[in-house]
Design a protein around this ligand. Structure first.
Ligand SMILES: [Zn+2]
Length: 284
């Protein structure tokens, strides 16, 4: 019931956005800009709105859910800031940041439920802890993305992967500094990212992997729209449906091509990563 209602709200809000884009042509520009206010909306306000609705449908305390989610959202926001300046930092700093972010996300997604569940992605595996019970499941995107990177000719970088707690790949660069076979300096596919051999732009790409974790808070995964995906093909007892970032990114790219925007700079997912990167020094 709760997921159904949320799905309707998301479809409704997308419809409103679409009507806005058609009627007011200046809206996409405003939508694409990222700032401090959007940081609060993305990390705190939206997860907290969801938590309040969840508490309402679960019959738990709405006030408690709101407080828990604001706290979780604040932790996510502060770890996003740490992630932006991670390149020159130690592995300990990187792991602290990752655990912090996942704790924040878990507090948000558990807000309004009876029991707290801690969920963290480590490479293709999800660690799920509820009470005394620990489960390990595979992520659908978590497994497909690294296979795709290897098939695409990228080399697994175990040193960077161990440092960041996510799967990092490397590629040689062409003369203009872009990665071979790509027109980007570095890029991410949700839970993995690719850099040059020096690991440049890891902070920006790590922001995308945190967005991937945050997108798992919402019923925007493939299985939410196509039930057989998780009941028949990737059964929930073994797999985590973590495909929300990919769907979100694909929708934003479709919007960019429709509006003649650059998908590497103008979509909200990129605007956020660039904003974090640009303002990292002011957070020292
Ligand atoms: Zn990016």
């Amino acid at each position: 019931m709760f997921r159904k209602t949320i799905k309707h709200i998301i479809i409704f809000s997308c419809a409103i956005k679409l009507i806005g884009i058609i009627c007011f042509c200046n809206l996409p520009k405003a939508y694409a800009k990222f700032d401090q206010k959007r940081m609060y909306i993305t990390n705190i306000a939206i997860p907290t709105g969801m938590a309040a609705l969840r508490a309402h449908y679960e019959g738990t305390s709405i006030t408690k859910a709101i407080i828990q989610s604001i706290f979780g959202g604040y932790i996510m926001q502060e770890s996003m800031k740490r992630a932006a300046k991670i390149e020159g930092k130690s592995a300990l700093y990187a792991w602290e940041t990752k655990v912090m972010f996942n704790l924040g996300a878990s507090l948000c997604e558990s807000a309004g439920l009876e029991e707290f569940t801690f969920k963290m992605d480590v490479g293709p595996v999800w660690v799920i802890n509820k009470g005394n019970d620990i489960k390990f499941k595979l992520g659908i995107n978590g497994v497909i993305a690294p296979v795709f990177q290897l098939a695409d000719g990228s080399k697994f970088d175990y040193k960077q992967s161990l440092k960041y707690g996510t799967m990092v790949f490397e590629r040689k660069t062409s003369r203009n500094g872009n990665l071979m076979g790509s027109n980007a300096l570095a890029y991410s596919t949700a839970n993995t990212f690719v850099t040059n051999v020096n690991g440049n732009h890891s902070g920006h790409e790590l922001t995308h992997t945190y967005q991937y974790r945050r997108n798992c808070l919402y019923p925007i995964q493939i299985g939410d729209y196509w039930p057989e995906f998780t009941t028949k093909y990737f059964k929930e007892d073994k797999w985590v449906d973590d495909t929300g970032w990919f769907l979100n990114w694909s929708a934003q790219c479709a919007w960019a091509s429709w509006r003649n925007k650059n998908r590497d700079y103008d979509i909200p997912l990129e605007q956020e990563a660039y904003y974090m990167e640009r303002y990292k020094n002011s957070w020292e």
